[in-house]
Design a protein around this ligand. Sequence first.
Ligand code: TYD
Ligand code: MG
Length: 456
Amino acid sequence: MARSSSIYVCSACGHEAARWEGRCSGCGEWNTLVEEVRAPARGSRGKPGASASGAAVTPRPLAQVPAAEHARLSTGIGELDTVLGGGIVPGSLVLIGGAPGIGKSTLTTMALANLLERDRRTLYVSAEESAAQVRLRAERLRSDGALRIPVIAETALETVLATLEQERPEVCVIDSVQALHCAELSSAAGSVAQVREAADRIMRIAKALGIAVLLVGHVTKEGSLAGPRVLEHMVDCVLQFEGERERTYRTVRAVKNRFGSTNEAGVFEMHDHGLVEVLDASARFVAEATRAAGSVVLCAMEGSRPLLVEVQALVSSSELVPPRRVASGLERNRLALVLAVLGRHGGIGLGAADVFVNVVGGVEVDEPGADLAVALAVASAAKRVSLTAGSGTAPLACFGELGLTGELRTVAHAERRLAEAAKFGLTPVLEPGGHGNLRSALDAALGSQRSAKLAA
Ligand code: TYD
Ligand code: MG
């Protein structure tokens, strides 16, 4: 049998070389050569681009194409099913990315255990941990299915592919794609060439045999999937597992989904017996809100669902030049922008103060709708005035984007945010609909509190 061999292809110009070179001799670019496996030629002499048989095919209108029925496989984890768009599509490739320790192995093990309890054939390929380590995790999950999951601890890609072909599971977890190694490539496991080759070959076998594959992938510190972005293009669905390891709350978000919306997000909490779905996140965050100066409730959106979260700020005089600006749970540049607008248009200059802002519970909000909450929390901390809603006991809830000229801009899903706040008695909500600019919002939030204090 002719053996396939590896060659090096320039990712910039496509030039091919027999061995790795630092600089492409085709286009002169540095570090662009990537290793690739070349299957032996099968003696076809067809023109480039011709299909195997060379015969033309007749295109047909889309309406005549039979609609594909996606009978979904439920993972038994409601939040995960929602993010996937209603469960796993048979034969699909799902990439689950997340930082080490966030709970990727736990989530995928739980999903397999549930599928197995529903009589689905499953397989867990552990390329990172020994089978004994996988068992230890499964024991913590306290589910019957978990200990019955068929597992192989294997890093050789060829062995994994052969096992898939032999076992033909309906759902398979590969944990992780970066730990697999293809013997035909000389580069190390985890390199771009290796990860691409592994994903490509797994995808081909999965599509051919109708195996749904959950590929686990690591992300870099910057939050993108390590190695090749090309993986994201190959798979049907990319899920991002976010949150901080030290905090309890974690979110799973779809950043790409060929079979559903990318607006969905699921909230989980890590317990000592696995991940638990948090269905009443708003209720918890509101109950835990401190109502102290520097605290405000933000009506945020987690995907297509509203979520009430507490935003806290601390302002203290600084010894440093420039002073500290620390943001957790939101983007640092967004905080800088809000502070600049507060100084210029809100009359609250904090040039000589350290400012810390925290979204409580480890929740990440990356939407402009959080601007007003950040501004109010900081203003409330700076003025040492606590903010409450109309009745005086409930914490103040708000949302809205700040424009550079100090205006308040409307954000998406205002009705859903308002309804969520109303559900927890946080009315009236401070939002762009009722206030045109930052100054009037500040007056409404801080001013009414001051007059209430004087009256008391
Ligand atoms: P893990 O799923 O191994 O994370 P990843 O695969 O993303 O690297 O687990 C993450 C952490 O969660 C690990 O430090 C142990 C902890 N953990 C629990 O707290 N409770 C549990 O039931 C399990 C299984 C793990
Ligand atoms: Mg893991």
